[in-house]
Ligand binder design. Structure first.
Ligand SMILES: [Fe+2]
Ligand SMILES: [Fe+2]
Length: 193
């Protein structure tokens, strides 16, 4: 069993914020990488249930889930996706992908607020209210996130690089610049050997 409050092998913010790319599309890609690290951390928590709980990791995940994802979703929904719809000339496969990804944002935000509630209980009490249910929720969330990010990296990012104009990139950069990337505080330390 892992001891509570000991450094964990998956994620920690001890190293401070990582540098944020200045190119807005590169920033989206970097945030996806950090989100995948968050997924690894969620899987680690799920694997440890019900007895092995790393409260430090749980608290870190709570901070990211509470603030880190929202800014990323907003940049995609408010600007990136509308710009791609506009610049893509209504290309059906792109429009369908963007519609699907937007629906997934709604679902993921709902699940993430439920997860926040359950993980806050874990951080406060050192145990899950219902470990089976939490494990199920965690797996549903990180598996969905990994698929979502895979689609965005495969479809949205190449489309953004192909279609966005200089002014579009400037607007996206300005919108991103108004929010700090809380996700950048989440980092995977070098693997211990
Ligand atoms: Fe997204
Ligand atoms: Fe994304």
């Amino acid at each position: 069993m892992r001891e509570q409050d000991q450094p964990h092998p998956i994620g920690e913010a001890a190293g401070g914020l990582r540098s944020i790319p200045t190119d807005p599309v590169d920033r989206i890609v970097a945030e996806h990488t950090w989100q995948l690290e968050l997924c690894d951390a969620l899987e680690y928590i799920a694997d440890g249930l019900p007895d092995s709980i790393d409260r430090r990791l749980v608290r870190e995940v709570i901070a990211i889930l509470g603030h880190g994802l929202e800014a990323h979703f907003r940049a995609e929904e408010q600007l990136l996706f509308p710009l791609l719809r506009q610049r893509g000339g209504g290309e059906p496969s792109l429009v369908a992908a963007l519609d699907q990804l937007e629906m997934e944002h709604v679902r993921d935000e709902d699940v993430s607020s439920e997860l926040l509630e359950e993980l806050t209980f874990v951080a406060e009490h050192g145990r899950a209210r219902n470990a089976d249910m939490l494990g199920y929720m965690l797996r549903g969330f990180f598996e969905g996130q990994r698929r979502h990010i895979g689609w965005e990296n495969a479809v949205v990012v190449p489309a953004a690089r192909r279609l966005l104009l200089e002014d579009d990139l400037k607007s996206l950069s300005e919108l991103q610049g108004r929010t700090s990337s809380r996700l950048s505080g989440f980092r995977k330390p070098p693997r211990q050997v």
